[in-house]
Design a protein around this ligand. Structure first.
Ligand SMILES: [Cu+2]
Length: 568
Protein backbone atom coordinates (compact mmCIF):
# COMPACT_ATOMS: atom_id res chain seq x y z
CA UNK A 1 0.00 0.00 0.00
CA UNK A 2 1.28 3.45 -0.87
CA UNK A 3 2.12 5.86 1.86
CA UNK A 4 -0.65 8.35 2.54
CA UNK A 5 -0.30 11.20 0.13
CA UNK A 6 -1.81 14.61 -0.05
CA UNK A 7 -4.68 15.26 -2.45
CA UNK A 8 -3.43 15.36 -5.98
CA UNK A 9 -0.08 13.72 -5.36
CA UNK A 10 1.93 12.37 -8.26
CA UNK A 11 2.56 8.64 -8.24
CA UNK A 12 5.36 7.59 -10.57
CA UNK A 13 6.01 4.03 -11.63
CA UNK A 14 8.04 2.29 -14.29
CA UNK A 15 6.71 -0.86 -15.92
CA UNK A 16 9.13 -2.96 -17.93
CA UNK A 17 7.33 -5.29 -20.32
CA UNK A 18 9.44 -8.36 -21.05
CA UNK A 19 9.08 -12.12 -21.22
CA UNK A 20 9.88 -14.57 -18.44
CA UNK A 21 9.62 -18.35 -18.10
CA UNK A 22 8.81 -18.88 -14.43
CA UNK A 23 7.12 -22.27 -14.60
CA UNK A 24 9.88 -24.76 -15.29
CA UNK A 25 9.77 -27.19 -17.04
CA UNK A 26 7.14 -25.39 -19.09
CA UNK A 27 8.83 -23.56 -21.90
CA UNK A 28 5.98 -21.12 -22.24
CA UNK A 29 7.13 -17.51 -22.16
CA UNK A 30 4.94 -15.11 -20.20
CA UNK A 31 4.59 -11.45 -21.08
CA UNK A 32 5.50 -10.09 -17.67
CA UNK A 33 5.53 -6.68 -16.02
CA UNK A 34 8.72 -5.92 -14.10
CA UNK A 35 9.52 -9.62 -14.46
CA UNK A 36 6.46 -10.66 -12.49
CA UNK A 37 3.17 -12.35 -13.32
CA UNK A 38 0.80 -10.79 -12.54
CA UNK A 39 2.45 -7.39 -12.66
CA UNK A 40 2.94 -5.22 -9.57
CA UNK A 41 -0.07 -3.65 -7.92
CA UNK A 42 -0.23 0.05 -8.74
CA UNK A 43 -1.86 1.98 -5.92
CA UNK A 44 -2.98 5.58 -5.63
CA UNK A 45 -5.57 7.74 -3.99
CA UNK A 46 -8.44 9.10 -6.01
CA UNK A 47 -7.45 12.20 -7.99
CA UNK A 48 -3.74 11.54 -7.67
CA UNK A 49 -1.83 11.84 -10.92
CA UNK A 50 -0.40 8.57 -12.17
CA UNK A 51 2.75 8.85 -14.27
CA UNK A 52 3.57 5.42 -15.61
CA UNK A 53 6.54 4.87 -17.86
CA UNK A 54 6.05 1.73 -19.96
CA UNK A 55 9.24 0.33 -21.46
CA UNK A 56 8.73 -2.28 -24.15
CA UNK A 57 11.44 -4.93 -24.19
CA UNK A 58 9.33 -7.38 -26.19
CA UNK A 59 10.12 -8.30 -29.76
CA UNK A 60 6.64 -7.07 -30.68
CA UNK A 61 4.66 -3.88 -30.07
CA UNK A 62 2.62 -3.36 -26.91
CA UNK A 63 0.27 -0.97 -25.11
CA UNK A 64 -1.28 -0.91 -21.65
CA UNK A 65 -4.96 -0.19 -20.99
CA UNK A 66 -6.00 1.11 -17.56
CA UNK A 67 -9.25 -0.75 -17.15
CA UNK A 68 -11.84 1.23 -15.21
CA UNK A 69 -10.09 4.61 -15.46
CA UNK A 70 -12.28 7.19 -17.21
CA UNK A 71 -9.39 9.21 -18.74
CA UNK A 72 -11.45 12.39 -18.63
CA UNK A 73 -9.45 14.98 -20.54
CA UNK A 74 -6.75 12.42 -21.40
CA UNK A 75 -8.43 10.29 -24.08
CA UNK A 76 -5.04 9.43 -25.61
CA UNK A 77 -3.96 7.62 -22.43
CA UNK A 78 -6.47 4.77 -22.71
CA UNK A 79 -4.01 2.36 -24.29
CA UNK A 80 -6.35 1.04 -26.99
CA UNK A 81 -4.28 0.43 -30.12
CA UNK A 82 -5.88 1.86 -33.22
CA UNK A 83 -8.51 3.78 -31.26
CA UNK A 84 -6.46 6.03 -28.97
CA UNK A 85 -2.82 5.45 -29.81
CA UNK A 86 -0.26 3.76 -32.01
CA UNK A 87 1.35 0.74 -30.42
CA UNK A 88 4.61 1.19 -28.53
CA UNK A 89 7.16 -0.46 -30.82
CA UNK A 90 9.69 -3.02 -29.74
CA UNK A 91 12.47 -1.26 -27.79
CA UNK A 92 10.27 1.83 -27.52
CA UNK A 93 8.60 3.39 -24.51
CA UNK A 94 5.72 5.64 -23.61
CA UNK A 95 4.80 7.53 -20.47
CA UNK A 96 1.13 7.35 -19.56
CA UNK A 97 -0.04 10.28 -17.48
CA UNK A 98 -3.60 10.41 -16.16
CA UNK A 99 -5.79 11.14 -13.17
CA UNK A 100 -6.55 8.27 -10.80
CA UNK A 101 -10.31 8.44 -11.23
CA UNK A 102 -12.71 6.96 -10.36
CA UNK A 103 -11.74 5.17 -7.15
CA UNK A 104 -12.16 1.45 -6.73
CA UNK A 105 -10.61 -1.79 -7.89
CA UNK A 106 -9.30 -1.22 -11.40
CA UNK A 107 -6.67 -3.23 -13.26
CA UNK A 108 -4.30 -2.86 -16.15
CA UNK A 109 -3.68 -5.14 -19.07
CA UNK A 110 -2.12 -5.26 -22.49
CA UNK A 111 -4.38 -4.05 -25.29
CA UNK A 112 -2.26 -5.06 -28.24
CA UNK A 113 -3.78 -8.18 -29.76
CA UNK A 114 -4.01 -10.92 -27.15
CA UNK A 115 -1.00 -9.96 -25.04
CA UNK A 116 -3.01 -9.98 -21.87
CA UNK A 117 -3.85 -13.66 -22.40
CA UNK A 118 -0.09 -14.21 -22.31
CA UNK A 119 0.34 -12.52 -18.95
CA UNK A 120 0.32 -8.73 -19.25
CA UNK A 121 -2.05 -8.04 -16.34
CA UNK A 122 -1.90 -6.37 -12.92
CA UNK A 123 -4.04 -4.72 -10.22
CA UNK A 124 -4.65 -0.97 -10.17
CA UNK A 125 -6.12 0.01 -6.81
CA UNK A 126 -7.53 3.53 -6.48
CA UNK A 127 -8.38 4.27 -2.86
CA UNK A 128 -10.89 6.68 -1.42
CA UNK A 129 -9.75 8.65 1.59
CA UNK A 130 -12.91 7.47 3.28
CA UNK A 131 -14.00 4.08 1.94
CA UNK A 132 -17.67 3.19 2.23
CA UNK A 133 -17.94 0.19 4.58
CA UNK A 134 -14.34 0.64 5.75
CA UNK A 135 -15.41 0.04 9.35
CA UNK A 136 -16.24 -3.54 8.36
CA UNK A 137 -12.70 -4.79 7.72
CA UNK A 138 -9.17 -4.40 9.08
CA UNK A 139 -7.00 -5.53 6.20
CA UNK A 140 -7.35 -6.49 2.56
CA UNK A 141 -6.08 -8.97 -0.02
CA UNK A 142 -6.13 -8.77 -3.80
CA UNK A 143 -6.76 -11.97 -5.77
CA UNK A 144 -6.25 -11.80 -9.53
CA UNK A 145 -7.64 -14.87 -11.25
CA UNK A 146 -6.86 -15.78 -14.84
CA UNK A 147 -6.85 -18.60 -17.35
CA UNK A 148 -3.60 -20.44 -17.90
CA UNK A 149 -2.74 -21.70 -21.36
CA UNK A 150 0.15 -24.06 -22.02
CA UNK A 151 0.64 -22.38 -25.38
CA UNK A 152 1.35 -18.81 -26.40
CA UNK A 153 -1.80 -16.99 -27.39
CA UNK A 154 -0.41 -14.95 -30.21
CA UNK A 155 1.64 -17.50 -32.07
CA UNK A 156 -0.47 -20.55 -31.50
CA UNK A 157 -3.89 -20.09 -29.97
CA UNK A 158 -5.13 -17.09 -31.93
CA UNK A 159 -3.88 -18.31 -35.27
CA UNK A 160 -5.62 -21.63 -34.67
CA UNK A 161 -8.82 -20.04 -33.36
CA UNK A 162 -9.18 -17.79 -36.38
CA UNK A 163 -8.29 -20.42 -38.95
CA UNK A 164 -10.31 -22.41 -41.44
CA UNK A 165 -9.38 -25.55 -39.51
CA UNK A 166 -11.53 -24.34 -36.64
CA UNK A 167 -14.80 -24.80 -38.47
CA UNK A 168 -16.95 -24.51 -35.35
CA UNK A 169 -15.21 -21.44 -33.95
CA UNK A 170 -14.18 -23.27 -30.77
CA UNK A 171 -12.30 -20.96 -28.44
CA UNK A 172 -8.95 -22.09 -27.03
CA UNK A 173 -9.81 -24.01 -23.85
CA UNK A 174 -7.68 -23.07 -20.83
CA UNK A 175 -5.28 -25.68 -19.47
CA UNK A 176 -5.52 -24.46 -15.88
CA UNK A 177 -6.57 -21.61 -13.64
CA UNK A 178 -4.06 -19.37 -11.88
CA UNK A 179 -4.62 -16.92 -9.03
CA UNK A 180 -1.89 -14.38 -8.29
CA UNK A 181 0.32 -16.42 -10.62
CA UNK A 182 -0.03 -19.66 -8.62
CA UNK A 183 -1.60 -22.95 -9.65
CA UNK A 184 -4.32 -24.70 -7.65
CA UNK A 185 -3.48 -25.64 -4.05
CA UNK A 186 -0.25 -23.64 -4.08
CA UNK A 187 -1.51 -20.16 -3.19
CA UNK A 188 -1.65 -19.53 0.56
CA UNK A 189 -3.47 -16.35 1.55
CA UNK A 190 -2.45 -15.33 5.06
CA UNK A 191 -4.88 -13.67 7.42
CA UNK A 192 -1.95 -12.35 9.49
CA UNK A 193 -4.07 -12.32 12.62
CA UNK A 194 -6.94 -10.31 11.16
CA UNK A 195 -10.47 -11.61 11.52
CA UNK A 196 -12.15 -9.10 9.19
CA UNK A 197 -10.68 -9.10 5.70
CA UNK A 198 -11.64 -7.34 2.51
CA UNK A 199 -10.99 -9.26 -0.70
CA UNK A 200 -10.68 -7.54 -4.05
CA UNK A 201 -11.27 -10.15 -6.77
CA UNK A 202 -10.15 -9.28 -10.31
CA UNK A 203 -11.11 -11.59 -13.16
CA UNK A 204 -8.21 -11.11 -15.58
CA UNK A 205 -8.99 -14.25 -17.59
CA UNK A 206 -9.01 -14.40 -21.36
CA UNK A 207 -12.10 -16.59 -21.44
CA UNK A 208 -13.52 -17.98 -18.20
CA UNK A 209 -16.03 -16.73 -15.71
CA UNK A 210 -15.89 -18.14 -12.22
CA UNK A 211 -18.07 -18.76 -9.21
CA UNK A 212 -16.18 -17.62 -6.11
CA UNK A 213 -16.72 -18.80 -2.53
CA UNK A 214 -14.84 -19.36 0.74
CA UNK A 215 -15.77 -22.52 2.63
CA UNK A 216 -18.10 -21.85 5.55
CA UNK A 217 -17.98 -18.06 5.32
CA UNK A 218 -20.69 -15.65 4.23
CA UNK A 219 -19.38 -13.09 1.74
CA UNK A 220 -20.51 -9.50 2.25
CA UNK A 221 -20.35 -7.76 -1.12
CA UNK A 222 -19.36 -4.08 -0.94
CA UNK A 223 -18.15 -3.07 -4.42
CA UNK A 224 -18.92 -4.14 -8.00
CA UNK A 225 -16.30 -3.02 -10.50
CA UNK A 226 -15.72 0.47 -9.04
CA UNK A 227 -19.18 1.11 -7.62
CA UNK A 228 -19.60 0.81 -3.83
CA UNK A 229 -22.80 -1.01 -2.91
CA UNK A 230 -24.89 -1.35 0.20
CA UNK A 231 -23.46 -4.52 1.76
CA UNK A 232 -25.37 -7.66 0.90
CA UNK A 233 -24.54 -11.22 1.74
CA UNK A 234 -24.08 -14.25 -0.50
CA UNK A 235 -22.49 -17.68 -0.16
CA UNK A 236 -20.92 -17.41 -3.61
CA UNK A 237 -21.01 -15.12 -6.61
CA UNK A 238 -20.26 -15.19 -10.29
CA UNK A 239 -17.59 -12.94 -11.78
CA UNK A 240 -17.24 -12.63 -15.53
CA UNK A 241 -14.15 -11.63 -17.48
CA UNK A 242 -12.76 -8.18 -16.59
CA UNK A 243 -15.20 -7.67 -13.72
CA UNK A 244 -14.10 -6.89 -10.17
CA UNK A 245 -15.90 -7.73 -6.95
CA UNK A 246 -15.00 -6.63 -3.42
CA UNK A 247 -16.39 -8.39 -0.38
CA UNK A 248 -15.42 -8.70 3.24
CA UNK A 249 -15.52 -11.75 5.50
CA UNK A 250 -15.56 -12.02 9.27
CA UNK A 251 -13.88 -15.21 10.46
CA UNK A 252 -16.12 -15.17 13.52
CA UNK A 253 -19.00 -15.98 11.18
CA UNK A 254 -17.42 -19.29 10.18
CA UNK A 255 -20.00 -22.04 10.07
CA UNK A 256 -18.32 -24.72 12.22
CA UNK A 257 -20.65 -27.39 10.88
CA UNK A 258 -18.68 -27.07 7.65
CA UNK A 259 -15.97 -29.26 9.20
CA UNK A 260 -17.18 -32.83 9.76
CA UNK A 261 -17.05 -33.89 13.45
CA UNK A 262 -14.60 -36.72 12.76
CA UNK A 263 -11.76 -34.51 11.52
CA UNK A 264 -9.45 -32.27 13.57
CA UNK A 265 -10.17 -28.54 13.74
CA UNK A 266 -8.98 -26.86 10.55
CA UNK A 267 -6.36 -24.13 10.45
CA UNK A 268 -7.22 -23.14 6.92
CA UNK A 269 -10.13 -22.86 4.49
CA UNK A 270 -10.42 -23.31 0.76
CA UNK A 271 -11.10 -20.28 -1.38
CA UNK A 272 -12.83 -21.70 -4.45
CA UNK A 273 -12.82 -20.43 -8.00
CA UNK A 274 -15.05 -22.68 -10.04
CA UNK A 275 -15.27 -22.27 -13.77
CA UNK A 276 -18.65 -23.28 -15.13
CA UNK A 277 -17.96 -26.20 -17.51
CA UNK A 278 -21.12 -25.36 -19.45
CA UNK A 279 -19.51 -22.22 -20.82
CA UNK A 280 -16.97 -24.22 -22.81
CA UNK A 281 -18.09 -25.44 -26.22
CA UNK A 282 -16.51 -28.88 -25.69
CA UNK A 283 -16.46 -31.57 -22.99
CA UNK A 284 -13.41 -30.48 -21.02
CA UNK A 285 -12.99 -33.88 -19.36
CA UNK A 286 -11.99 -35.49 -22.64
CA UNK A 287 -11.15 -32.65 -25.03
CA UNK A 288 -7.64 -32.73 -26.45
CA UNK A 289 -6.78 -29.39 -27.96
CA UNK A 290 -5.75 -29.76 -31.59
CA UNK A 291 -2.82 -27.37 -31.35
CA UNK A 292 -1.37 -28.45 -28.03
CA UNK A 293 2.11 -29.34 -27.04
CA UNK A 294 1.44 -30.49 -23.49
CA UNK A 295 4.10 -29.25 -21.12
CA UNK A 296 3.88 -31.73 -18.30
CA UNK A 297 3.36 -31.60 -15.36
CA UNK A 298 0.67 -29.08 -16.24
CA UNK A 299 -2.69 -30.64 -16.83
CA UNK A 300 -3.84 -32.10 -20.10
CA UNK A 301 -7.46 -31.99 -19.02
CA UNK A 302 -8.68 -28.76 -17.57
CA UNK A 303 -9.85 -28.91 -13.94
CA UNK A 304 -12.57 -26.29 -13.52
CA UNK A 305 -12.16 -26.17 -9.72
CA UNK A 306 -9.32 -24.00 -8.43
CA UNK A 307 -8.46 -24.04 -4.73
CA UNK A 308 -6.54 -21.34 -2.91
CA UNK A 309 -5.90 -21.75 0.81
CA UNK A 310 -6.86 -19.13 3.36
CA UNK A 311 -4.37 -19.71 6.22
CA UNK A 312 -5.90 -18.92 9.59
CA UNK A 313 -2.54 -19.15 11.32
CA UNK A 314 1.02 -18.85 10.12
CA UNK A 315 1.37 -22.50 9.08
CA UNK A 316 0.78 -23.37 5.46
CA UNK A 317 -1.38 -26.37 6.27
CA UNK A 318 -4.13 -27.66 4.03
CA UNK A 319 -7.68 -27.77 5.40
CA UNK A 320 -8.40 -30.86 7.50
CA UNK A 321 -11.75 -31.48 5.83
CA UNK A 322 -12.03 -33.13 2.42
CA UNK A 323 -12.31 -30.91 -0.66
CA UNK A 324 -15.61 -32.53 -1.50
CA UNK A 325 -16.90 -32.64 2.04
CA UNK A 326 -20.46 -33.90 2.24
CA UNK A 327 -21.38 -30.66 3.94
CA UNK A 328 -19.75 -28.55 1.28
CA UNK A 329 -21.73 -26.59 -1.19
CA UNK A 330 -23.66 -23.64 -0.02
CA UNK A 331 -22.68 -22.66 3.50
CA UNK A 332 -25.97 -20.86 3.75
CA UNK A 333 -28.54 -22.12 1.28
CA UNK A 334 -30.85 -19.22 2.02
CA UNK A 335 -28.42 -16.79 0.47
CA UNK A 336 -28.43 -15.73 -3.11
CA UNK A 337 -25.89 -17.45 -5.32
CA UNK A 338 -25.35 -15.11 -8.19
CA UNK A 339 -24.48 -11.53 -8.82
CA UNK A 340 -25.31 -10.57 -12.33
CA UNK A 341 -28.16 -13.00 -12.32
CA UNK A 342 -29.25 -11.15 -9.24
CA UNK A 343 -28.71 -7.48 -9.91
CA UNK A 344 -31.75 -6.95 -7.75
CA UNK A 345 -29.61 -7.46 -4.64
CA UNK A 346 -26.98 -4.89 -5.51
CA UNK A 347 -27.90 -1.33 -4.56
CA UNK A 348 -25.57 1.63 -5.01
CA UNK A 349 -24.09 2.87 -1.74
CA UNK A 350 -24.51 6.51 -2.71
CA UNK A 351 -28.05 6.69 -4.02
CA UNK A 352 -28.03 10.47 -3.97
CA UNK A 353 -25.00 10.78 -6.23
CA UNK A 354 -26.35 8.15 -8.59
CA UNK A 355 -29.07 10.11 -10.36
CA UNK A 356 -29.83 8.28 -13.58
CA UNK A 357 -30.72 10.64 -16.46
CA UNK A 358 -33.37 9.80 -19.02
CA UNK A 359 -32.15 8.38 -22.31
CA UNK A 360 -31.82 10.73 -25.28
CA UNK A 361 -30.45 8.21 -27.81
CA UNK A 362 -30.74 4.54 -28.54
CA UNK A 363 -28.95 1.69 -30.23
CA UNK A 364 -29.85 -1.97 -30.60
CA UNK A 365 -26.86 -4.30 -31.00
CA UNK A 366 -27.51 -7.87 -32.11
CA UNK A 367 -24.64 -10.23 -31.25
CA UNK A 368 -23.94 -13.24 -33.46
CA UNK A 369 -21.09 -15.55 -34.44
CA UNK A 370 -20.85 -17.16 -37.85
CA UNK A 371 -18.28 -17.98 -40.52
CA UNK A 372 -17.25 -15.18 -42.86
CA UNK A 373 -16.68 -15.52 -46.59
CA UNK A 374 -13.30 -17.14 -45.86
CA UNK A 375 -14.98 -19.68 -43.60
CA UNK A 376 -13.42 -18.16 -40.50
CA UNK A 377 -15.79 -17.79 -37.58
CA UNK A 378 -16.14 -14.16 -36.53
CA UNK A 379 -18.17 -12.18 -34.00
CA UNK A 380 -20.68 -9.61 -35.25
CA UNK A 381 -22.58 -6.56 -34.05
CA UNK A 382 -25.60 -6.17 -36.34
CA UNK A 383 -23.93 -8.42 -38.91
CA UNK A 384 -20.70 -6.40 -39.07
CA UNK A 385 -17.40 -7.72 -37.74
CA UNK A 386 -14.57 -5.40 -36.85
CA UNK A 387 -11.50 -5.66 -39.06
CA UNK A 388 -8.03 -6.54 -37.90
CA UNK A 389 -4.73 -6.78 -39.70
CA UNK A 390 -3.91 -10.13 -38.17
CA UNK A 391 -7.21 -11.66 -39.02
CA UNK A 392 -7.60 -10.28 -42.49
CA UNK A 393 -4.13 -10.78 -43.86
CA UNK A 394 -5.65 -12.71 -46.73
CA UNK A 395 -8.79 -10.65 -46.95
CA UNK A 396 -7.95 -7.00 -46.54
CA UNK A 397 -11.01 -5.93 -48.44
CA UNK A 398 -13.21 -6.78 -45.46
CA UNK A 399 -12.18 -3.67 -43.61
CA UNK A 400 -9.20 -1.42 -43.49
CA UNK A 401 -10.05 -0.14 -40.06
CA UNK A 402 -7.50 -2.25 -38.32
CA UNK A 403 -8.22 -1.74 -34.70
CA UNK A 404 -5.35 -3.91 -33.56
CA UNK A 405 -2.85 -2.50 -36.01
CA UNK A 406 0.16 -0.44 -35.14
CA UNK A 407 -0.02 0.82 -38.69
CA UNK A 408 -3.28 2.70 -38.54
CA UNK A 409 -3.64 6.34 -37.62
CA UNK A 410 -5.61 6.11 -34.38
CA UNK A 411 -9.25 7.11 -34.67
CA UNK A 412 -8.76 9.65 -31.89
CA UNK A 413 -6.12 11.47 -33.92
CA UNK A 414 -8.40 11.54 -36.92
CA UNK A 415 -11.17 12.97 -34.75
CA UNK A 416 -8.87 15.69 -33.49
CA UNK A 417 -7.38 16.66 -36.82
CA UNK A 418 -9.87 15.93 -39.58
CA UNK A 419 -13.16 14.67 -38.17
CA UNK A 420 -15.10 15.21 -41.39
CA UNK A 421 -12.84 12.69 -43.15
CA UNK A 422 -14.14 10.02 -40.81
CA UNK A 423 -17.54 10.17 -42.50
CA UNK A 424 -19.34 9.22 -39.33
CA UNK A 425 -23.08 9.65 -39.39
CA UNK A 426 -25.30 11.58 -37.02
CA UNK A 427 -28.08 9.79 -35.14
CA UNK A 428 -31.44 9.76 -36.89
CA UNK A 429 -35.01 8.86 -36.07
CA UNK A 430 -35.88 5.45 -37.47
CA UNK A 431 -39.17 3.68 -37.94
CA UNK A 432 -40.36 2.31 -34.61
CA UNK A 433 -37.81 4.33 -32.64
CA UNK A 434 -38.91 6.88 -30.09
CA UNK A 435 -35.37 8.25 -29.75
CA UNK A 436 -32.67 9.12 -32.31
CA UNK A 437 -30.68 6.00 -33.18
CA UNK A 438 -26.86 5.94 -33.35
CA UNK A 439 -25.64 5.16 -36.87
CA UNK A 440 -22.73 2.97 -37.94
CA UNK A 441 -20.46 4.18 -40.75
CA UNK A 442 -20.53 0.59 -42.00
CA UNK A 443 -17.36 -0.24 -40.05
CA UNK A 444 -18.80 -0.11 -36.52
CA UNK A 445 -17.80 3.50 -35.83
CA UNK A 446 -20.64 5.40 -34.20
CA UNK A 447 -20.88 9.13 -33.68
CA UNK A 448 -22.18 9.88 -30.18
CA UNK A 449 -23.19 13.51 -29.56
CA UNK A 450 -21.59 15.12 -26.53
CA UNK A 451 -23.73 14.65 -23.40
CA UNK A 452 -26.01 12.17 -25.14
CA UNK A 453 -27.58 9.62 -22.80
CA UNK A 454 -27.47 6.40 -24.78
CA UNK A 455 -29.51 3.30 -24.13
CA UNK A 456 -27.88 0.17 -25.56
CA UNK A 457 -29.94 -2.97 -25.96
CA UNK A 458 -27.56 -5.93 -26.30
CA UNK A 459 -29.38 -8.83 -27.90
CA UNK A 460 -27.29 -11.96 -27.56
CA UNK A 461 -28.17 -14.53 -30.21
CA UNK A 462 -25.23 -16.68 -29.12
CA UNK A 463 -25.64 -19.43 -26.52
CA UNK A 464 -22.65 -18.21 -24.53
CA UNK A 465 -22.69 -15.46 -21.92
CA UNK A 466 -20.60 -12.44 -22.97
CA UNK A 467 -18.98 -9.72 -20.83
CA UNK A 468 -19.17 -6.34 -22.59
CA UNK A 469 -16.86 -3.51 -21.57
CA UNK A 470 -17.08 0.19 -22.36
CA UNK A 471 -13.87 2.22 -22.27
CA UNK A 472 -13.80 5.70 -20.74
CA UNK A 473 -17.08 5.37 -18.82
CA UNK A 474 -19.13 3.23 -16.56
CA UNK A 475 -22.76 2.56 -17.44
CA UNK A 476 -25.96 1.86 -15.62
CA UNK A 477 -27.27 -1.69 -15.87
CA UNK A 478 -30.99 -1.19 -16.32
CA UNK A 479 -32.28 -4.71 -16.78
CA UNK A 480 -31.53 -8.07 -18.37
CA UNK A 481 -33.39 -11.12 -19.58
CA UNK A 482 -32.71 -12.64 -16.14
CA UNK A 483 -34.14 -9.61 -14.33
CA UNK A 484 -36.47 -7.71 -16.64
CA UNK A 485 -38.33 -6.24 -13.68
CA UNK A 486 -35.24 -4.28 -12.56
CA UNK A 487 -35.99 -1.45 -14.98
CA UNK A 488 -39.20 -0.51 -13.18
CA UNK A 489 -38.19 -1.64 -9.72
CA UNK A 490 -35.06 0.46 -9.51
CA UNK A 491 -35.82 3.28 -11.86
CA UNK A 492 -33.43 6.08 -11.02
CA UNK A 493 -31.04 3.92 -8.95
CA UNK A 494 -29.42 1.42 -11.25
CA UNK A 495 -26.03 -0.11 -10.51
CA UNK A 496 -23.06 1.24 -12.45
CA UNK A 497 -20.37 -1.07 -13.77
CA UNK A 498 -17.94 -1.04 -16.66
CA UNK A 499 -18.51 -4.68 -17.63
CA UNK A 500 -21.97 -6.18 -18.08
CA UNK A 501 -22.47 -9.91 -18.38
CA UNK A 502 -25.06 -10.54 -21.08
CA UNK A 503 -26.88 -13.86 -20.57
CA UNK A 504 -26.57 -16.52 -23.27
CA UNK A 505 -29.51 -16.35 -25.71
CA UNK A 506 -30.68 -13.37 -23.64
CA UNK A 507 -30.30 -9.62 -23.48
CA UNK A 508 -29.17 -6.74 -21.32
CA UNK A 509 -30.04 -3.06 -21.40
CA UNK A 510 -27.47 -0.50 -20.31
CA UNK A 511 -27.24 3.31 -20.37
CA UNK A 512 -24.25 5.62 -20.50
CA UNK A 513 -23.71 9.36 -20.46
CA UNK A 514 -21.34 10.52 -23.21
CA UNK A 515 -19.63 13.19 -21.11
CA UNK A 516 -16.10 12.25 -22.15
CA UNK A 517 -15.05 13.24 -25.69
CA UNK A 518 -12.83 10.62 -27.28
CA UNK A 519 -12.69 7.34 -29.19
CA UNK A 520 -13.95 4.63 -26.89
CA UNK A 521 -14.01 0.92 -27.55
CA UNK A 522 -17.04 -1.14 -26.64
CA UNK A 523 -16.27 -4.84 -26.91
CA UNK A 524 -16.67 -8.34 -25.62
CA UNK A 525 -13.87 -8.81 -23.09
CA UNK A 526 -13.39 -12.47 -23.88
CA UNK A 527 -10.06 -12.04 -25.60
CA UNK A 528 -10.88 -14.50 -28.37
CA UNK A 529 -14.14 -12.75 -29.19
CA UNK A 530 -12.45 -9.34 -29.26
CA UNK A 531 -9.94 -10.81 -31.69
CA UNK A 532 -12.83 -12.26 -33.71
CA UNK A 533 -14.12 -8.73 -34.29
CA UNK A 534 -16.79 -8.38 -31.58
CA UNK A 535 -15.91 -4.75 -30.97
CA UNK A 536 -17.04 -1.29 -32.02
CA UNK A 537 -15.93 2.28 -31.38
CA UNK A 538 -17.98 5.17 -30.05
CA UNK A 539 -16.61 8.46 -31.36
CA UNK A 540 -17.95 10.75 -28.69
CA UNK A 541 -18.17 14.52 -29.05
CA UNK A 542 -15.66 15.17 -31.86
CA UNK A 543 -16.44 18.89 -31.95
CA UNK A 544 -16.11 19.20 -28.19
CA UNK A 545 -12.82 17.30 -28.31
CA UNK A 546 -11.36 20.04 -30.47
CA UNK A 547 -13.21 22.83 -28.65
CA UNK A 548 -11.77 21.63 -25.35
CA UNK A 549 -8.33 22.21 -26.82
CA UNK A 550 -7.32 18.60 -27.21
CA UNK A 551 -3.99 18.20 -29.00
CA UNK A 552 -2.25 14.98 -29.87
CA UNK A 553 0.66 14.70 -27.43
CA UNK A 554 4.01 15.14 -29.11
CA UNK A 555 5.34 11.87 -27.74
CA UNK A 556 2.53 10.06 -29.46
CA UNK A 557 2.68 11.48 -32.95
CA UNK A 558 3.36 8.01 -33.60
CA UNK A 559 6.31 6.13 -32.44
CA UNK A 560 6.96 4.57 -35.78
CA UNK A 561 7.00 5.80 -39.34
CA UNK A 562 3.42 4.83 -40.00
CA UNK A 563 1.78 8.18 -39.32
CA UNK A 564 1.22 8.84 -42.98
CA UNK A 565 -0.69 5.66 -43.62
CA UNK A 566 -4.08 6.42 -45.00
CA UNK A 567 -6.80 5.50 -42.56
CA UNK A 568 -9.01 4.25 -45.35
CU1 LIG B 1 -17.77 -12.79 -25.99
Amino acid sequence: MSAITTEGATISQTLIIDTIMPYSPSQKPIVAVNYNFPGPSIEAYENDTLVIRVINKLAQPTTVHWHGIFQIGTPDMDGAVGATQCAIPSSGEMTYRFRAYPAGTAWYHGHYLDQYADGLIGPLIIRRRVEPNQEQYDTERVLTVSDWYNDVARTKLLSWYLSKNNTKGIEPIPDAIVVNGKFSQSLFVKTSGATRIRFRIINAAAFSMYTVSIDGLPLHIIELDQTPVVPYTVSSFMINVAQRVSFYVNLKEFNASYVPPDVPPTKSLYIRFKANPNMYPVDISSYIVPYATPHLPYPIFFNPLYLAILSLNSSNSLPTYPVNSAISGSSNPDLADQLDANILDARPFNQASNIVPNATHYINLVITFHPDSNNITRGYFNNVTYGSDVINVSNKSVSKHWITSEKMTPLLYQMATNPSALSILSPIMENNSSLPVLQSDGNLHYLVPYQAVVDILLENKDKGEHPFHLHGHSFWIISSSDNPQAEQLYSGAYIQRDVVSVPGSGWAKIRFLANNPGAWLFHCHIEWHFDAGLTLVFLAGPNELVAQGYKIPAQQKCFSNHTNDSPR
